[in-house]
Ligand binder design. Structure first.
Ligand SMILES: Nc1nc2c(c(=O)[nH]1)N[C@H]1C(S)=C(S)[C@@H](COP(=O)(O)OP(=O)(O)OC[C@H]3O[C@@H](n4cnc5c(=O)[nH]c(N)nc54)[C@H](O)[C@@H]3O)O[C@H]1N2
Ligand SMILES: Nc1nc2c(c(=O)[nH]1)N[C@H]1C(S)=C(S)[C@@H](COP(=O)(O)OP(=O)(O)OC[C@H]3O[C@@H](n4cnc5c(=O)[nH]c(N)nc54)[C@H](O)[C@@H]3O)O[C@H]1N2
Ligand code: SF4
Ligand SMILES: [Mo]
Length: 707
């Protein structure tokens, strides 16, 4: 028995967007338990099975604690000084020899969950200055940001479903029971859906798979992958032609509604039925219910963003919420009021679109980033502006981005590659140098991103639980150090940024609830620190009109580039081959993108990586349950195990992403033993949402045969 004191810490889980409050007990260096924090204002004690894996991340012997460099197939630990100096020298050398754009950046998803990445990441990008910036945004929520930018004037003025007060929620392409909610921070999705039903409300799920969320819904409607935009346009058309509009307080603030009406008029219920497989009458009923229910909201996530018409889907969803009086209304979809980075007119970082194009495929930038699907060709295609050196920050694009084999080739060809990461995974195994940050529990935490997207306004700060080793560095410290060295080599002035908590303290003090703007609440970071469970700041409140950041001051209902894209949608309506199979993704509550397969307690039990296929589709191909099958797409092929299930509709196959580590020389002992393939060897870098450049990782045409 240790005689060290047992300490209790309160801490947000940073693993997914639900940001649940945790109660973590420690004794000395040991983590004794991780439970839900019942006093947390937003999660109220809820956690999922991944929370306890935070201990596994912290203790994982495979997690790098020191910088390493690759020497042939071996990895050698090196000093921070050598790692930082070499990184800066090689990046600057690439630019000196080949021009500014010779360095590329890819920023992955966990960076958004680690506030030091958000406060300091841009320092290095500014010191390097290249057009070749990529991130997981364009494998994911780019259509949401683009739509908010175009309609409301700011990419982060994103209306969030008011799940706790709505009476009808229609979800397209989202599975909160597995994902725990996305662009809708809503810990404890199961309870929130139960509460919706208990107050007489209704949940409708539109999904090509009878997902975990569809299973608890009042109504599940199968939809052919990639066809949602026809359905949404038909709903808009119905709302107009049946005189169902309820514009409410927004009426005087809408621009372009007539254009929307005209453009929608050719999207009939019959066309939607033909393309989506959903009966026209079902779509009409849905439109009526949306219009006639007091407090209704429609919401769409991954399945409708990351597909061929992602931007049109997200735009149409906004339009429907406007037409049924749900936007900016209680029980509908509302902008959030976070304590840090409240968005209103004048808030920086609102975005810009198509200021320049990618070199090879001429795809548009958004907010200074180019689509991730262009990364491989920008590395592999010779000529001025070719990427010769890469920086990845908390990302694993070889497993997460489209056309993995091409990316593998691309990353093998680089002159220099540095990864900010603490694992040697499929992507970082190509690195020359890896700069590992401290473990999540060794740094403090404030959620900059997800309070902005939460279904309730809250705030919470967590100090570090363990002290970092003397020779360890936080992500933000590494950004400061590498940026300083890069600037020195370029002969430019450089001022390091203070620690993230100093920046957040300053931000909160001058923001929405701070003493300057709101003397009554007078919120400061010090006050927040006095409430270790966090502070509830109340439900979402209407007030969008005063926050609109568009030039006109109005809601732009008909952005020209989206209206023009309706032609592409209309022209794409063709008869599809009868035996066509479309590949979609799948998430599981025990997994998280590509990086949490190295923890025994999350990977044990039934395998979860198989291909799901409808029994009829298997019969017509002579395939038997649990047999090996070969899946082929335009760009690649994989062999894996198929399982028969009517969970997926005929014509649809589902394979989760994030697997397939063993194919690469990773140094992740448990992940390397897992079966399962990299489904992004099948997804296609040319199969995209052409208007936004977002990847279309759902709805990819494939063939399946005996393997
Ligand atoms: N087919 C298909 N592909 C998909 C998806 C899909 O649904 N289907 N989903 C897409 C989506 S939504 C996303 S967001 C992307 C995710 O794509 P990525 O962000 O590229 O991949 P992740 O698996 O999240 O990789 C995270 C990396 O960050 C590292 N990491 C974790 N925490 C930290 C930290 O604090 N600091 C640093 N420096 N590193 C850290 C991990 O070790 C890991 O290497 O995948 C996309 N890919
Ligand atoms: N456990 C777990 N949680 C996670 C993650 C994880 O990997 N694991 N990842 C996190 C990240 S980065 C994100 S972005 C979020 C994503 O959060 P969600 O979007 O809620 O998650 P998904 O499970 O990908 O849900 C997408 C749904 O769309 C459906 N779908 C596919 N194609 C189509 C289509 O064409 N039309 C329609 N209508 N539906 C379609 C799929 O069947 C699936 O049910 O989850 C986050 N949370
Ligand atoms: S749902 Fe699970 S992974 Fe997501 S924040 Fe909560 S405990 Fe963490
Ligand atoms: Mo994501």
């Amino acid at each position: 028995m240790s005689d060290l004191a047992v300490n209790t810490h309160y801490r947000a889980c940073h693993l997914c967007e639900a940001i649940c409050g945790l109660e973590i007990k420690t004794q000395g260096d040991e983590i004794l338990s991780i439970k839900g924090d019942k006093a947390d204002p937003i999660s109220k004690g809820f956690i999922c099975p991944k929370a306890t894996a935070i201990a596994d991340i912290h203790n994982d012997p495979d997690r790098l604690r020191k910088p390493v460099k690759r020497v042939g197939k071996d990895w050698l630990e090196i000093s921070w000084e050598e790692a930082i100096n070499t990184t800066a020298e090689r990046l600057v050398a690439a630019q000196q020899h080949h021009g500014e754009d010779a360095v590329g950046f890819y920023a992955g998803n966990p960076g958004v969950h680690n506030y030091g990445n958000l406060t300091h990441g841009s320092l290095l990008r500014r010191a390097i200055k290249t057009k070749n910036n990529f991130s997981a945004t364009s494998l994911d929520q780019l259509p949401h940001q683009l739509t908010s930018y175009a309609m409301y004037g700011h990419q982060f003025l994103i209306p969030i479903p008011d799940i706790d007060r709505t009476n009808l929620m229609v979800i397209l392409g989202g599975n909160p029971l597995a994902s725990n909610g996305s662009i809708m921070t809503m810990p404890n999705a199961p309870q929130r859906f139960k509460d919706l039903k208990a107050r007489g409300g209704k949940l409708v799920v539109i999904d090509p798979r009878r997902s975990e969320t569809a299973n608890v819904a009042d109504q599940h409607i199968f939809v052919k992958p990639g066809s949602d935009a026809y359905v949404l346009m038909a709903i808009i058309n119905t709302l107009f032609n049946q005189d169902l509009l309820k514009l409410g307080h927004l009426e005087a603030h809408l621009d372009g509604l007539e254009t929307v009406r005209e453009s929608a008029s050719r999207f009939s219920l019959a066309l939607a039925e033909q393309q989506s497989g959903i009966a026209g009458e079902t779509i009409r009923q849905l439109a009526l219910e949306l219009a006639n229910t007091d407090k209704a909201v429609i919401y769409g996530r991954m399945g409708v963003s990351v597909q061929e018409f992602g931007a049109l889907c997200q735009w149409a969803i906004q339009v429907i919420n406007i037409l049924i009086g749900s936007l900016d209304s209680e029980g509908g979809a509302l902008a959030t009021s976070p304590a840090f980075a409240y968005v209103k007119k004048g808030t920086p970082g609102g975005g810009h679109f198509d200021l320049f194009k990618s070199r090879v495929s001429r795809l548009p930038e958004f907010g200074g980033e180019l689509p991730a699907v262009t990364m491989a060709e920008e590395i592999l295609t010779p000529g001025e502006g070719q990427i010769k050196a890469m920086v990845t920050i908390a990302g694993n694009p070889l497993i997460s981005s489209a056309n993995a084999s091409e990316l593998d080739k691309a990353f093998s060809s680089l002159d220099f590659y540095v990864a900010f990461d603490f694992y040697i995974n499929a992507t970082t195994q190509h690195a020359d140098i890896i700069l590992p940050p401290t473990s999540p529990l060794e740094h403090d935490h404030y959620d900059i991103a997800f309070f902005r997207l939460a279904v309730r306004n809250c705030t919470r700060y967590n100090p570090a639980i363990f002290a970092a080793n003397d020779d360890a560095m936080h992500d933000w410290e590494v950004f400061n150090a590498v940026s300083a060295k890069v600037s020195e080599l370029k002969g430019k002035d450089f001022r390091p940024l203070p620690a993230p908590d100093v920046m957040v303290a300053h931000g909160i003090e001058h923001d929405y609830y701070g003493p300057h703007q709101n003397p009554e609440v007078s919120l400061t970071l010090n006050k927040i620190k006095e409430s270790p469970h966090g502070i509830d700041l109340g439900p979402l409140v209407p007030g969008l009109v005063d926050r609109l950041a568009t030039e006109s001051g109005k809601i732009m209902c008909a952005p020209a580039f989206l209206i023009n894209d309706l032609k592409r949608l209309f022209d794409s309506a063709t008869e599809r081959p009868e035996d066509e199979l479309l590949l979609i993704g799948r998430r599981h509550v025990r997994s998280n993108n590509s990086w949490m397969h190295n923890y025994h307690r999350l990977v044990k039990g039934k395998p979860r990586w198989q291909l799901m296929m409808h029994p009829d589709d298997m019969a017509s191909r002579g395939l038997s349950d649990e047999s090996e099958v070969r899946i082929q797409s335009r760009v690649g092929e994989v062999t894996t195990t198929v399982i028969a299930t009517d969970e997926v509709m005929p014509g649809v196959v589902s394979l989760p992403h994030g697997w397939g580590h063993k194919k690469y020389p990773v140094k992740m002992g448990i992940a390397a033993q897992q079966d399962g393939v990299n489904c992004n060897e099948l997804t296609d870098d040319k199969f995209i949402d052409k208007v936004s450049g977002n990847a279309a990782l759902n709805g990819v045409p494939v063939t399946v045969s005996a393997g």
